[in-house]
Design a protein around this ligand. Sequence first.
Ligand code: GDP
Ligand code: GDP
Length: 484
Amino acid sequence: MKKTIALVGRPNVGKSLLFNRLARRNLSLVHDRPGVTRDRLVADCLWQGRTLTLVDTGGIGLEDASGFSEAIQQEAELAITMADLIFWVVDGRAGLTPLDQEIAEILRREEKNVFLVVNKMDDPKQNFYENDFLKLGFSPTIAISAAHGRGVTELMTQALHALPENEDNEKKNSSSFSNAIKIAFVGRPNVGKSSLINATLKDSRTLVSEIPGTTRDAIEVPYFRKNRPQQPYLLIDTAGMRQKRHLSDELERQMTARTAHTIQRTDVCLLVIDADRGITEQDKKIAGLIQKAKKPCLIIVNKWDLTRGIKWEDPSLVSQGRAPKKTLTFQEAFQQAIHQQLFFLYDAPIIFVSALEKKGLNQLFAAIDDLIKRSQAPIATGPLNRTLQKLIQRHPPPLRQGKRFKILYVTAVNPTATMKPPTFLGFCNDPQLLLPSWLTFLETHLRKTFHLDGLPLIWQWKSRKSHASVATQTKKMRKNNERL
Ligand code: GDP
Ligand code: GDP
């Protein structure tokens, strides 16, 4: 199980630079302005053959108008609680500051292993207020230069030594970031992805680049719900080009590539749509990326506050959708239009929210939890095959080159604790005879019967030819069916 190291310290001591050096990537912006890397970032770091999870807590102790703000302190405490080891980073050139003393107090209260990392020691001959730092009583105290790399290997060697690989501590492991469920907010620019993450975190923790035209990588923010402290989430915000309303072809290509990359590495996709605009071509393209990557998905209609007072009969609001029936509410009509236009997105549940008014967020997380729960629910073989038989009778697979696709037996692969789409292993006469349109029919009905909406289905087909023991499998199936 991966161990977690949290980098804590006041702003501007060089945490981001150290984080980037350890993670070997240029994820967080390093900047002279304190507080520019306020958000918490997480990355895997490979060191001497071992992978560790690294958490950069950003500007802990960042002083806002009210001084040492409560929200920031909570953020620090959370990171500290989650960590197996803490690197407390201080500035060796500035010496010990009152804020450092406050952080020392917080760290002393936690019974955690703390390394005091004295940074900016570019020159070995430099005086680093050694006595002041040693007096704090944190051991070891290690001088490094994040900028030049001095002392970093020594730091990591000692860290690995302090983090034994096979420590049998289930409780600790179960709450570490390594089992976090990754949730990516994807969507075109300006639909409110960052606002939604910020609203979720209830304060501005997502980095918004103020420099026009700059782009950033996707940002991952660890997150817990108060009611489920044992389940960590990683909220992923896709890189945005927020200043641009109309994207040039090149920018659009870059955005698509980056969104596709984010989708690939997430567990759950939240496709964010702007209620004010309805479904656009770009939304459909992104939905297509999710479908192609076969990722579980929820559709989030944001800015729902803007629809207040709107007469729902106006079909132009639901771009390109058919005029809704009079008996529907505006919300139902909107829902119907989405399902019509994103018909290929496996009946993803639709949640209406307003990041601005912080409304619908509880439903959003309830829907996420429900999606995860449903993806992990086992599907019994008996009911599954009985449903299949009924569907085949009702709508037999069409002929292909004079031959018909035949299913002998399908079994759901047992779900694991990690988030994976439902996977089916099917034995058939010949997978080549399976027509995609017929599989879509099958999937639509299986989704309804087994509550799999929002979940892609993964199929592994084995043909009679490649599977010698199909006869035995079929016999076994019949026996199972009789028993069930
Ligand atoms: P954070 O706020 O703690 O994440 O700090 P940053 O990583 O953003 O660094 C703050 C400033 O200190 C930047 O200008 C860095 O270039 C500088 N800095 C960080 N590490 C070193 C170092 O080892 N040596 C020197 N000379 N400067 C450093
Ligand atoms: P992103 O590019 O998808 O990350 O979008 P942002 O989070 O930067 O939001 C784009 C714009 O939409 C900003 O001006 C937000 O203030 C606005 N916005 C975001 N969520 C809402 C909402 O729920 N209601 C309203 N009325 N505006 C919102």
